[in-house]
Design a protein around this ligand. Structure first.
Ligand code: LRH
Ligand code: MN
Ligand code: MN
Length: 386
């Protein structure tokens, strides 16, 4: 039988990192529907993130995206975060919004453009030094649109060279998380399209290079939990960018499209011993229609629910059924956990943490939503859909 106290204490130590860009206005290439009260500065994004942490108790860090969150003094921004009860988390690089990067960044055929891109990545490590962030999250939009456009093998060499230079610059307690995505904005080849390519680069680089799984970055039908299990077995799972998708990289609230998939992923995390600070649970979402802070609170709760269910799997009973070749029995053990209503358990966990058992209700009653609408005029764009 699963020990309930152990499940509860694991849930209390879970940490979900929220992304600064999810607090700003975002949209699609068709339209950004601006919302009232959204942050105008990185500091205001941190204030909102602090509210998510205040009401959930499990969102203590905030990921930054550079240059979307550009400030003069990153150490001061880190102090600002701490004064508000949160810390700065992963530094996300951006080598995809500059005109120079039309044909790629670190894989660009022109060495001068590659230099510029690597310069940005090194600057991100400087920012990590100032903020105390341990993770550099790299996602490259690099790729090609047409067969023959560039040499795909040479592009891999350029990528490896750039990554090696950044890897060398990493400090003792810093690591790089390499994110893959199968397409978009490139439509023919993408230079880091899948976990295998990311894994091969990370393996060559060394222990400080890890793969990050963005749940929205796979072809439909991909068995993401298998990738998670494999990366954990190899000691190469650095973390997640959680979101959900119906079609492509939709960046919808995690657990909204397929809570069963999220449960299966979390089960492999638990099974593979990945429930440690070495595996970062980050959100990477955009809230184009829905109110942002409540959507992020909801997302954190969705991660908690999937985690609670994964922790409730009776692993002994499962192993026994598996050993005995009891296909239906084994499946039933897993489904029993998935079908458990864990909301009462999570309410208890929150009460034991000194929180309101209903984070969304508590946020709504706090008046923060009305306050920011009244005080913040002319909110900032997240960076997407600009
Ligand atoms: C790319 C991505 C990557 C970026 C973020 C804003 O699609 O998932 O993580 O940094 O979106
Ligand atoms: Mn991502
Ligand atoms: Mn994405």
């Amino acid at each position: 039988m699963t020990e309930l106290a152990a499940v509860k204490s694991a849930l209390k130590t879970q940490a979900v990192e929220t992304p600064s860009w999810a607090y700003g206005n975002s949209g699609t290439r068709f339209k950004v529907f601006a919302q009232q009260g959204v942050p105008r500065t990185p500091q205001e994004k941190l204030e909102d993130a602090a509210k998510v942490h205040e009401f959930t108790g499990v969102a203590p860090t905030v990921a930054l995206h550079i240059p979307w969150d550009k400030v003069d003094d990153y150490a001061a921004l880190g102090r600002f975060a701490e004064e508000h009860g949160v810390r700065l988390g992963a530094i996300n690089s951006n080598t995809f919004q500059d005109d120079d990067y039309k044909l790629g960044s670190v894989c660009h055929p022109d060495a001068a453009v590659r230099r510029k891109a690597v310069g940005h990545l090194l600057e991100c490590v400087d920012i990590m030094d100032a903020t105390g962030s341990t993770d550099l999250k790299l996602w490259f939009a690099d790729g090609t649109n047409y067969p023959g456009q560039d040499d795909v093998r040479d592009r891999q060499d350029r990528l490896a060279e750039a990554l090696a230079e950044v890897y060398e610059r990493l400090g003792e307690n810093q690591r790089m998380l390499l994110e893959y995505k199968f397409f978009e904005p490139a439509f023919y080849t993408t230079d880091v399209p899948d976990w295998g390519t990311a894994y091969a680069h990370c393996l060559k680089l060394g222990p400080k290079a890890q793969v990050v799984v963005d749940t929205g970055h796979h072809a439909p039908g991909t068995n993401i939990e298998f990738i998670v299990a494999t990366l954990l077995r190899e000691g190469k799972l650095g973390g997640f960018d959680f979101n959900s998708r119906f079609y492509a990289d939709d960046d919808l609230m995690v657990g909204a499209a397929d809570p069963f998939q999220l449960f299966r992923i979390m089960y492999e995390v638990v099974r593979g011993g990945g429930f440690t600070p070495d595996v970062a649970f980050m959100l990477d979402q955009c809230h184009n229609l829905e109110a942002k802070i409540p959507a992020i609170i909801r997302s954190v709760m969705n991660v908690q629910e999937a985690t609670a269910k994964a922790l409730l799997v009776d692993q002994e009973a499962l192993a026994a059924a598996q050993r005995g070749g009891d296909v239906l029995g084994a499946n039933a053990v897993l489904m029993d956990a998935f079908n458990t209503d864990v909301r009462p358990l999570l309410r208890e966990v929150r009460e034991e943490m000194g929180l309101d058992p209903d984070p969304l209700g508590a946020y709504s009653r706090s008046g923060w939503g009305e306050k920011i609408v009244a005080e913040r005029i002319g909110g900032q764009q997240a960076g997407w859909g600009a």
